[in-house]
Design a protein. Structure first.
Length: 419
């Protein structure tokens, strides 16, 4: 329980200015991963910690799906960043521009050079809107939206309400994305909404996905295949969105056929886009990232200890890391305590011993009042947190957990280093 005095406190802020600073622990990123780690370090009594984060606002993004479906308010998904910085942790309100792990230094966009003894890399993921030709202009039209932007999630609900039939197209890029189930969640809710409003019979729902399957964990994929069949969704895999013509209302996909890449155009009346995503550009340019291969651009991290294999004073977690699991807040909740335990061990001269097993969770909304809670580990096996509940079926209690329970867990416990 926090006192009213604690809730009113303002976090110490260092505005960007040319110069040099140094910290025992520097955390790049003040999102879910960065704040989780900062809070746990503060609770462990670690001093001289700083968080490098430019944003004034912090968002609980999993709720944007429900905002787009008319089941939540966008204002309930945001808090001031200053209120989440733990007491005693310095907030550097600036953005990382360059990381030099050989010199243990980060250069910021504002010209500050920040040295560190230990670095935690948690900058989140980058939304590459411009990788899809015409997408930015199309998003300005009255037929295109995306729940991946806080300004657009309310627009998604407006589009669903105005939809009177035709083709509703939902996309998933070929790149990794944060919460890989999110592109499907809004699609299922939309299909359910069309049924409820009587427009389903004169509508066609298409899923254009750059992936090869609905879901990577087979037991949950089988359930989702039943959901797709129930709604009559036309699922088209290995369809990677490359262009949108907002004026003509056409989406163009790149599709492999007979060893070649072809372009296929799909007309739409409503389009929900999940943009391509990648690690931030400053990460891609740094020595922290893989230079080639399937993990090119992502931060290297031992998948169990979260320690960087080349720079032992660097740790990474969350969406920008190369950890072979889903990029979700639930994964971060399990990664953060492992990282902090191992970081403190290394700081004390001991070998890291805590291990992350790859746990991730994706609460998949499959309709209004229905949710499939997919929990799994590195082995692709179900890893249920509720042993007495069958989570291999759509459940109303899990829907209520997503809508009410998980936001409380996030703001009151996870962001305070208590869960």
């Amino acid at each position: 329980m926090h006192t009213s005095e604690e809730c009113r406190r303002e976090a110490p802020v260092t505005s960007a200015r040319p110069g040099h600073e140094r910290y025992r622990v520097l955390i790049i990123g003040g999102g879910t991963a960065g704040i989780s780690v900062a809070a746990r370090l503060a609770r462990a009594g670690q001093k001289d910690v700083a968080v490098l984060e430019p944003s004034r606002h912090h968002y609980y993004q999993p709720l944007w799906t429900l905002v787009g479906a008319g089941e939540a308010r966008v204002e309930d998904t945001v808090r001031d960043e200053a209120r989440l910085i733990p007491r005693g942790v310095r907030w550097l309100q600036d953005a990382a521009e360059e990381v030099d792990p050989a010199r243990s230094e980060v250069r910021t966009r504002g010209g500050l050079r920040v040295g560190y003894d230990f670095l935690v890399v948690a900058p989140g993921i980058q939304l590459d809107w411009d990788e899809v030709a015409g997408l930015r202009d199309a998003l300005e039209t009255e037929h295109v939206s995306s729940n991946y932007d806080v300004r657009l999630a309310p627009k998604t609900w407006q589009l669903l309400q105005r939809f009177q039939g035709g083709t509703a197209l939902f996309t998933h890029p070929a790149t990794p994305v944060k919460c890989a189930g999110a592109p499907q969640k809004i699609m299922y809710l939309a299909a359910d909404h069309f049924r409820r409003t009587g427009v389903a019979e004169r509508s066609k729902v298409i899923f254009g996905s750059g992936a090869k399957a609905l879901f990577g964990v087979k037991p949950f994929a089988a359930v989702l295949e039943g959901v797709v069949k129930r709604y009559g969704i036309d699922a088209r895999f290995e369809h990677d969105l490359v262009a949108v013509d907002g004026g003509k209302r056409e989406a163009t996909f790149q599709v492999p056929r007979d060893g070649k890449q072809e372009r296929v155009t799909v007309p739409y009346d409503l389009l929900h886009v999940t943009p391509p995503q990648s690690a931030p550009d400053f990460i891609k340019r740094s020595a922290l990232a893989w230079r080639e291969g399937a993990c090119a651009g992502w931060v290297k991290a031992d998948k169990h200890t979260l320690q960087h294999p080349d720079f032992p004073n660097v740790f990474a977690l969350g969406d920008a890391s190369d950890l072979p699991t889903s990029r979700t807040g639930a994964a971060v909740r399990k990664q953060a305590p492992v990282l902090v335990d191992n970081l403190l061990s290394v700081m004390a001269g001991r070998a890291p011993s805590a291990r992350y097993d790859g746990y991730a969770s994706c609460p998949l909304t499959t309709g209004y009042g229905k949710l499939l809670l997919a929990e799994f580990d590195y082995d692709g096996k179900p890893a249920p947190s509720f042993p007495l509940i069958d989570t291999l079926q759509e459940r109303r209690d899990m829907w209520l957990m997503k809508k009410y329970g998980l936001p409380h867990l996030y703001w009151s416990l996870m962001m305070r280093g208590r869960a």
